[in-house]
Design a protein around this ligand. Structure first.
Ligand SMILES: Nc1ncnc2c1ncn2[C@@H]1O[C@H](COP(=O)(O)OP(=O)(O)OP(=O)(O)O)[C@@H](O)[C@H]1O
Ligand SMILES: [Mg+2]
Length: 405
């Protein structure tokens, strides 16, 4: 065992490396080990796959009866499915979408997406408080809508790229230089068409523009571009995300943007691109105080953007209570306080804290991906019910923006 003098000596001795070198070395060591770990956990051959859905789940997604789904599935020339040895039918999301198209021929309400004249919905999920549930919310909204037949694009604007990882793209290994939205919004000659940074995911109807650390470059480039009097393009920083997304307008019904936990140029540009804003808030006093600062700063900055010609029209803005614990008295008080201030602008449903969400997250899954059989049934059902409640309200807001009941 080292004696105390030896430890004290070591602590007095100056480090031979400078802090940047030490951090750089640690990063290299960690990166190598992480790669080994990820290869073990998620081997390149084991690409993420979406599970199949039971006829009961399909019935719920389509809003028809279970027996009608089984009746359709029996007509094998119209609807394909898989039949287990015990006779249970299961459906992939592609097969569910095929049923939708089949039913939509006679009843268009089975096809919920945009109709002529409906504008693309761009939902920014934001708050600069870290850990307020932005990514969990963004990915569950995106998957909920894809499961219901909307064409969805998820955009990961967070350099930490947790949403990309959840959707099967490991930011350090699967996303190279110029393969994030940065590639399409950068100011220099390396800018590329936005379609080139869109990826299909294993989740039918859900595409992704992944993120990684390079997104952060936009925060450095923008002040330089603003200071450069020689620039002739009129594409200001706050128009860049919106302009890029507008080129994809025809391909999607809804875009869901997971914003970084900062209030920088990326977030501001995302807010200008947004037709609606979802602000996630964990009901604790410090979080609410932090959100207050976020609101004040955002309002000031957006006022400047508006002055410079930014378009800040939007359809709706809502607060969403996240990681809510019903048996926590102070949390209930804070929720009541928020509701008394903002009324219907706080969503009625809340993202309830649940081990079903965090457990599924451990294997990079949402609760929509994890099957009911993979966890305690009651815990799973309660979590799905809460999540569907939140996402159902978001869907209603989208439909209302399209002028539908
Ligand atoms: N409803 C929930 N039940 C249980 N755990 C949750 C729930 N929502 C989020 N979490 C957990 O809380 C943590 C933070 O959530 P999340 O990553 O969604 O926040 P964030 O706002 O995106 O964070 P960041 O600011 O770092 O991007 C995660 O570990 C997530 O698994
Ligand atoms: Mg996040």
């Amino acid at each position: 065992m080292p004696n105390n003098n030896a430890i004290a000596d070591k602590m007095r001795k100056p480090e031979t490396l400078s802090i940047d070198e030490t951090i750089g070395n640690d990063s290299a060591i960690l990166s190598g080990q992480l790669q080994i770990l990820f290869e073990k956990l998620f081997s390149p051959n084991a690409r993420k796959d979406l599970r199949r859905f039971s006829s009961t789940e399909v019935a719920r997604l389509l809003g028809v009866t279970d027996s009608y789904v089984r009746h359709l599935a029996a007509q094998e020339e119209t609807v394909s499915s898989e039949k287990s040895a015990s006779g249970r039918r299961t459906f992939s999301l592609e097969e569910i979408n095929a049923i939708r198209r089949h039913l939509g021929k006679t009843k268009p309400s089975y096809l919920p997406g945009r109709r002529p004249g409906d504008h693309l919905q761009v939902i920014a999920v934001t708050n600069f408080k870290g850990g307020s549930g932005k990514t969990t919310t963004a990915i569950h909204v995106a998957q909920y809508l894809a499961l219901r037949g909307y064409r969805v694009l998820a955009v990961d604007l967070d350099p930490q790229a947790s949403m990309s990882a959840m959707l099967g793209f490991q930011p350090e290994f699967d996303v190279n230089d110029n393969e994030t939205l940065y590639g399409a919004i950068r100011y220099d000659e390396h800018q590329r068409p936005v379609e080139e940074v869109v990826r299909q995911t294993y989740f039918a109807g859900l595409d992704l523009i992944p993120g990684n650390l390079e997104l952060h470059e936009f925060e450095h480039d923008t002040p330089r571009a603003l200071a450069d009097n020689e620039r002739t393009d009129t594409d200001m920083f706050f128009m860049r995300v919106g302009n890029a997304l507008s080129l994809l307008d025809d391909h999607y019904d809804v875009v869901v943007i997971d914003c970084p936990p900062t209030l920088g140029f990326l977030t501001l540009s995302a807010l200008c691109a947004a037709t609606s804003v979802l602000i996630t808030v964990h009901p604790q006093m410090l979080d609410v105080a932090s959100m207050n600062q976020f609101l004040a700063m955002t309002s000031d900055l957006l006022a400047v953007v508006k002055e410079a010609g930014g378009n800040l029209q939007y359809d709706w803005m809502r607060y969403l209570v996240t990681r809510y614990e019903a048996n926590d008295g102070p949390q209930a008080q804070i929720v009541a306080f928020l509701r008394s201030l903002f009324n219907e602008r706080v969503l009625t449903s809340m993202m309830v804290k649940s081990t079903a969400v965090s457990d599924a997250g451990l294997s990079k899954q949402t609760i929509y991906e994890a099957g009911r059989e993979t966890m305690h049934r009651q815990t799973y059902d309660r979590a799905v019910e809460a999540m569907d409640g939140v996402n159902g309200e978001v869907e209603q807001l989208i439909r209302a923006a399209w002028g539908r009941a």
